[in-house]
Design a protein around this ligand. Structure first.
Ligand SMILES: O=C(O)[C@H](CS(=O)(=O)O)OP(=O)(O)O
Length: 254
């Protein structure tokens, strides 16, 4: 989060596009939900409970419950959580959902007030999002694109860099296909890291720190969904508080 803040505050670009990459799990969950037709309202993790319920009501949306709660036998059959597998497997999703998360959602909410355009990026939509941004950069060379690897948190709240977000960011940067000279060294390093892991992505993701952590909590399916490179064709863009499908220049699906 500190990195995102500094990056945007020091950016002198006339038009700043931000991609928030949180592969496990917010961006992946958002991509799946948006590709299934839902609008996803990101919500700050620390203000859940009553505030979350009130916010969801104001947005005429349904709030997510906790990952474990959604799986309890007494949970409503349509309960969903930050779990990508749950969002993919539910027979139907509400049209408007609120998704709190400590990293991806919290960063997205902050970026909404500081960037001109905000997208949720992950391995599932890397090709579609990279293609879209590559086209935009070709048409508007003055555009600046910042791809933010959200990372995770240590128990004391300090930033824990997460390799899956480096890979996700790199997948998008590689798909943008900008001339190498126009790409920062940090972005090139991310793209190189992705290209290096790409042949073994489906085994590498479950074996990285966050993948192991989720599997230990019983959510190995979430990691499997997150590793499906280029499975989603629609790109989630933040518009009026919610991620919705970007369907063309300045047009967002409602
Ligand atoms: O989905 C996740 O894994 C995390 C939640 S937690 O930190 O594991 O409890 O959220 P995210 O913001 O997507 O990293």
């Amino acid at each position: 989060m500190a990195g995102a803040r500094q990056l945007l505050q020091t950016s002198s670009a006339a038009h700043c596009v931000v991609v928030v990459v949180d592969v496990l799990s917010f961006s992946t969950s958002t991509s799946i939900a948006v590709n299934r037709g839902a609008a996803v309202f990101p919500y700050r993790w620390h203000s859940r409970g009553q505030q979350l319920a009130a916010y969801a009501q104001r947005q005429n949306a349904v709030p997510a419950v906790g990952r474990l709660e959604a799986r309890r036998p007494d949970a409503p059959h349509d309960a969903f959580s930050l779990s990508p597998a749950r969002l993919a497997q539910l027979p139907g999703l509400p049209a408007r959902i609120v998704l709190p998360s400590p990293n991806g959602a919290t960063i997205s909410v902050w970026c909404a007030g500081h960037a001109d355009e905000v997208y949720a990026g992950c391995l599932r939509n890397a090709g579609a999002l990279g293609g879209l941004l590559g086209k935009r950069l070709h048409e508007e060379p003055q555009l600046s694109v910042a791809v933010i690897a959200a990372g995770e948190q240590w128990p004391d709240g300090a930033l824990r860099p997460a390799v899956e977000d480096l890979w996700g960011a790199g997948a998008i940067i590689a798909a943008i296909g900008a001339p190498r000279a126009d790409v920062s060294y940090e972005a090139r390093a991310a793209a190189d890291a992705f290209l290096n892991v790409r042949p073994e992505l489906r085994t590498a993701l479950p074996a990285c720190g966050s993948g192991i952590e989720l599997a230990q909590r019983g959510f190995e399916d979430d990691v499997r969904y997150a590793a499906e490179l280029d499975a989603d064709g629609l790109v989630p863009q933040l518009f009026n508080g919610a991620f919705r499908s970007h369907v063309g220049p300045n047009i967002i699906a409602e």
